[in-house]
Design a protein around this ligand. Structure first.
Ligand code: ADP
Ligand code: MG
Length: 250
């Protein structure tokens, strides 16, 4: 579902991603670990073309992100085509970014409604089903300010799912939450994984990585230091940098 091939990213002269390779098969969960500043968020943002790669290629569902290839030349896609690609990729951030003046249900309905082709009734039914799926059937008419952080984050997940993405990206989805609210969000993500959603998750929740991840990738300073099955990487890390990081977060 996701293939990244030698992704490099510079901000000015700072090389933030230094040749990232990654493969995530359909239906699998890849957990990205790494210290702050190692390039995790930048890499996720490259996957849905919120950032442009400096070089390298990323495919999602067989589609080259941001470019069309003819022969060995790459042509940049138009904004409309990039927007279309982005619709297939759901993203959930550390901060929930819900629209404060809309109810939870309206937040979930907003994006699919903007995209033509579906009736409001269809979108509403799907949004209600999604609110139910994230355990918030009784909160659909609440405004974000009336919800806890964990509830807001679950609405944010429902909102991303409303576009029927083929891939979900999570960037530290529980880092801004009070500890007692972390579990309810991880439970929703685990459920989603169980239903076969392909996911890339940046998190420091090692328990989640171990139980839900099919693959753990440890990044440091813009490179993949090591990757593999969660129990191999987490219990038997091969590199000193991985060991030092795990000692801090475990
Ligand atoms: P992580 O998510 O692993 O903490 P980031 O991808 O956010 O790491 O950042 C990696 C590096 O890139 C950091 O040094 C950060 O300061 C830098 N960086 C991120 N975004 C930008 C930007 N828009 N402009 C300049 N530097 C950036
Ligand atoms: Mg980050």
């Amino acid at each position: 579902m996701v293939q990244a091939d030698q992704v490099h990213k510079y901000f000015g002269r700072l090389e933030v991603l230094r040749g990232i390779d990654l493969t995530v098969p359909a239906g699998q969960v890849c957990v990205l670990l790494g210290p702050s500043g190692s390039g995790k968020s930048t890499f996720l943002r490259c996957i849905n073309h919120l950032e442009k790669v400096t070089s390298g290629r990323i495919w999602v569902g067989g589609e080259l992100i941001g470019y069309r290839q003819r022969g060995d030349k790459l042509y940049e896609l138009h904004d409309k085509q990039i927007a279309e690609q982005r619709r297939d990729i759901g993203m959930v951030f550390q901060r929930f970014n819900l629209f404060p003046h809309m109810t939870a249900l309206q937040n979930v309905m907003e994006a699919p409604q903007r995209v033509k082709g579906e009736s409001k009734e269809e979108v509403r039914e799907r949004a209600k089903a999604l609110m139910n799926r994230v355990g918030l059937a009784d909160k659909q008419d609440s405004y974000p300010a009336q919800l806890s952080g964990g509830q807001q984050q679950r609405v944010a997940i429902a909102r991303a799912l409303a576009m029927r993405p083929k891939l979900m990206l999570f960037d530290e989805p529980t880092s801004a939450l009070d500890p007692e609210l972390v579990g309810e969000v991880l439970d929703v993500m685990q459920g989603l994984a169980g239903e076969g959603m392909t996911m890339i998750v940046v998190t420091h929740e090692i328990g989640f990585a171990r139980e839900v991840g099919n693959q753990v990738v440890f990044m440091d300073a813009g490179v993949v230091v090591e990757s593999g099955r969660p129990r191999d990487v987490l219990e038997n890390p091969q590199h000193e940098r991985t060991r030092a990081f795990l000692a801090k977060v475990l």
